[in-house]
Ligand binder design. Structure first.
Ligand code: PEP
Ligand code: MG
Length: 571
């Protein structure tokens, strides 16, 4: 069997060695064997297959403790699709018009899938995969096809796509890596693969994959490569690479609890980005000191109705209690853009990232915003809280949000509810307007948190989810580096805390630069915290010649300079 090298986009790093398990299911050959009956017979078969597909999903849900809350949400969403009147009617209509049941299912799935795939919004486009997954589940039931069983150890799953429900069932002990042709960083199955820590690549042309189940595979999640049926010497070299990686990961994990203090004694706080209080145990294990970004929108996205004051207070209180006295920065609702929620009626927009989102919605729906602010203030009695407002563009927005925060506090005071009078009030700086106005904004707030995910998108005018222009989406672009510097300087000059919670904060290569710019806190996905902490421990706060970096004209120069520093410090 010939050696093959496949390339893809890395989504979750690390290295893995294992055996290939191909997961593509040949629906066509089952459909060819299918014997059509009359219309009533076909309708009855469809109803039964639908019932059985739902029963399968209900069974997966009933094994609740094995599922994360994200996995539960996805399965619930699939159940909703199976209950969707329009989808069911379309299939029944096809059958009544004379199509066989499988053909009618496929037709309805294709129509709905195409509708999602044509949407501008990346999140909604990714839902096309969910429609296909749901349709395939019904087909498997109809055609009596066996459910895919993934048995074995050290598996490297290779597939066009993997249904979220199937991915959720992969055990962390058995599966090491996932190689997908479809999927993106925001597709549901990839979100699950990342949460499980599988080395994951997307965008791999798996038609080029050679060999069959059981062939050896070497996956490098940093380079974005997978070698199938490697040569003997190659396997030995890769074993060494894995050993080194594991040694390094083990070393970093052992030191995760130590603070991030540079060689010349400058301490940077490393905090966690979380979407639910459930993630706090992992954050603590990875050495995060509190929370730099709690994305509260997930509380809203998970719900059919707007979460009320009691529900919100309970979630924020749980987070603060779990943080054990460390500062928790909780961001107010940042819905819109690529984040949709059922409980808010937001019209589709031409340019959702430039439209009705975040603080713009909150200032328009003041009752909803005040409920969130009251919940936050009430929870502040249980820890150290910072409230953070996203997408701020103007001083007027800060003033209006702050005024509502004061109203929430005075209401609670007069109701005799105790809370912390020292709650911090800060903003995300993530738009070009916030860069230009940073010195003014700094006068009104206790802290800035730089959101590079949006700052790159808006500075470079490049959709953060569009692969065609991804080459421009780079936080090391001099335009972004200079914007980050301007925000940090404005914050420092005013003496307020400056942190960063965009993805740049979780890149160990950027750490010396951000330290040189005087950032106080870096907040990131907990899994990368040990690496960033170590990068800070192995450099001095004045290693970076800021003047030089700020004079660079290309991202390559910035990256090259930082790589040079990294090599020096690891020599
Ligand atoms: C950011 O924009 O950098 C950020 C952290 O917020 P989000 O990714 O949720 O937009
Ligand atoms: Mg943002």
């Amino acid at each position: 069997m010939g050696r093959t090298v496949l390339k893809g986009t890395p989504v979750c790093g690390g290295v893995a060695m294992g055996v290939v398990r191909y997961l593509d299911v040949d629906y066509d050959s089952f459909i060819k064997e299918y014997k059509k009956t009359d219309k009533d017979g076909e309708l009855a078969r469809f109803v039964l297959a639908l019932k059985n597909a739902k029963a399968d999903l209900d069974e997966i849900l009933s094994e609740g403790e094995k599922l994360s809350s994200e996995e539960e949400d996805i399965i619930e969403m699939h159940l909703m699709l199976l209950d969707d009147a329009g989808f069911i009617e379309a299939i029944k209509r096809g059958i009544k018009e004379g199509l066989s049941c499988p053909t009618s299912i496929r037709k309805a799935v294709t129509n709905l899938k195409n509708m999602f795939a044509a949407m501008d919004d990346e999140y909604l486009r990714d839902r096309a995969n969910d429609v296909e997954d749901v349709g395939n589940r019904v087909l498997r039931k109809l055609l009596g096809m066996p459910e895919t069983k993934v048995e074995g150890e050290n598996l490297v799953i290779v597939a066009k796509d993997v249904e979220p429900a199937l991915m959720a069932g992969f055990s962390e002990g058995k599966v090491k890596a996932v190689i997908l042709e479809n999927g993106s960083k925001t597709s549901h199955s990839v979100i699950i693969a990342k949460a499980k820590g599988f080395v994951t690549l997307v965008g791999v042309d798996i038609s080029k994959a050679s060999g069959s189940d059981g062939c050896a595979a070497l996956v490098d999640g940093k380079e974005g490569s997978v070698v199938i049926s490697p040569e003997k010497g190659e396997e030995d070299a890769f074993t060494k690479k894995c050993e080194e990686y594991n040694k390094e990961a083990g070393y970093l994990a052992e030191r995760a609890g130590d603070p991030a203090v540079s060689l010349d004694g400058r301490r940077i706080k490393i905090a966690a980005n979380v979407a639910s209080p459930d993630e706090m145990d992992k954050a603590a294990k990875m050495g995060c000191e509190g929370v730099g970004l709690y994305r509260t929108e997930f509380l809203f996205m998970d719900s059919d109705v707007l979460p009320g004051e009691e529900t919100q207070t309970a979630a924020y209180r749980e987070l603060l209690l779990k943080a054990g006295g460390n500062l928790c920065i909780i961001r107010t609702l940042d819905i819109g853009g690529d984040k949709k929620c059922r409980c808010l009626d937001i019209m589709p927009e031409e340019n959702p990232f430039l439209g009705y989102r975040a603080i713009r919605i909150c200032l328009n729906k003041k009752d909803m915003f005040k409920t969130q602010l009251r919940s936050l203030v009430r929870a502040s009695a249980y820890g150290k809280l910072g409230i953070m407002i996203p997408m701020i563009d103007t001083v007027a927005e800060i003033k209006e949000a702050k005024a509502l925060f004061e109203v929430a506090k005075s209401e609670l005071r007069s109701e005799g509810v105790s809370f912390d009078e020292e709650v911090l009030f800060g903003i995300m700086t993530e738009t070009p307007a916030s860069v230009m106005m940073a010195a003014d904004f700094a006068k009104y707030v206790d802290f800035f948190s730089i959101g590079t995910n949006d700052l790159v998108q808006y500075t470079m005018a490049v959709d953060r989810g569009n692969g065609l222009v991804a080459y421009l989406y780079d936080y090391f672009d001099p335009a972004v580096v200079r914007a980050v510097y301007a925000i940090a300087k404005a914050g420092r000059d005013e003496g307020i805390m400056v942190g960063m919670c965009g993805e740049m904060a979780g890149d160990a290569l950027a750490a010396p630069l951000l330290m040189a710019m005087g950032l106080d806190e870096l907040s990131m996905s907990p899994s990368v915290a040990p690496e960033v902490k170590e990068a800070i421990r192995t450099c001095r706060s004045d290693d970076v010649d800021l003047k030089k970096v700020l004079s660079f004209e290309t991202a390559e120069e910035v990256r090259g300079y930082l790589e040079g520093l990294l090599n020096k410090s690891t020599c």
